[in-house]
Design a protein around this ligand. Sequence first.
Ligand SMILES: *Cc1c(COP(=O)(O)O)cnc(C)c1O
Length: 377
Amino acid sequence: MRKTKIPLCDLKKQYSRIRHEVDAAVKKVFKDSDFIMGKDVSLLENKVAEFFRVKYAAGVASGTDALVLALIAAGVSPGDEVITTPFTFAATVEAIVRAGGIPIFADIEDDTYNISPDEIEKKITRKTKAILPVHLYGHPAEMSEIRRIARGKKLKIVEDCAQAFGAEYKGRNVGTFGDVGCLSFFPAKNLGASGDGGMIITNSAGVNEKVSILRNHGFRKKNFQIMRGFNSRLDTVHAAVLLVKMKYIRKWIDMRIKNAAYYSKLLSHLPEIEVPKVRRGAKHSFNYYTIRIRKGRKNRDFLEKFLNKKGIACGVYYPRCQHLQKSLAELGYRKGDFPKSEKASAEILTLPIYPEMTGKQIEFVVGEIKKGLKRAD
Ligand SMILES: *Cc1c(COP(=O)(O)O)cnc(C)c1O
């Protein structure tokens, strides 16, 4: 086994470069001891709203909570159907269930791995309340079409931007196409806190007000509940760290894009591999750099193990589609219901990518992929 260790995402390297600023920011929170809804929370909300060019941003305890609260604030109530992709992280679907909704799946597009507008249209019923597109890996979903569908049928759009901070479609930030956008500050996301955190962005005063009440026990005034709420606030310590990182986020996303382009340049001539597609008009923010191994699950699994043995972390996002999760068995979906998603889950492999990754590291990963492919059949 080689000594070289390449993680999927090198948070230690990131910290080493901004350590003094982060340490000072955290110390300041302790000095003020304004741990809950302190100054930095509203400062961060303002900065994020500015970044996305939206009117409101509200910090919450995680990306998952952002989705739950956003769905409720958008008007999803028990029994309402919410259309989403089966090819996503568990939290997307879990949030629909937590909000009382019924997840209805629509298959993906082969090339971007995102929910297909045509498939959405087939799934609309009288009970449909909202569409929940996920900008998977950092590639924007087909928001022009999704908006057209939602407008025609008077449906809400809640965007899962957990993997897509900084992604754009036709010059516009993801998270601003629908009624409400949900961000995650999980440490490994493009903008990561030092623990769990999330944010809800919107141009709707009503949605913002409802979220602000929901995240704080349903209080309008302290100890006076006007609705059933949650304890889901963004901690001041995380907001302080995120405020430091906001200064660098544009640069970091550019560095991710540069690294992705270098990977694709080196990998694109390999017949066994499909590099991530970036659709016309799309800005992919590369939270993940995900390739597809054309020859199917066996070779993908072999390559994953081979790279791991060489000290290269890689991951399968996601190995089991949501419609096939045991937790959702009662929905009655079966293998074969969403062939494109199922095929993708058997063939994709996510390689290490982070802003600080060097050209040499990328060359090393690609070199090992070539060796691995020779050994696979
Ligand atoms: C990370 C993630 C979430 C959940 O975010 P947390 O902050 O971990 O709760 C939701 N959806 C997707 C697609 C994610 O990748």
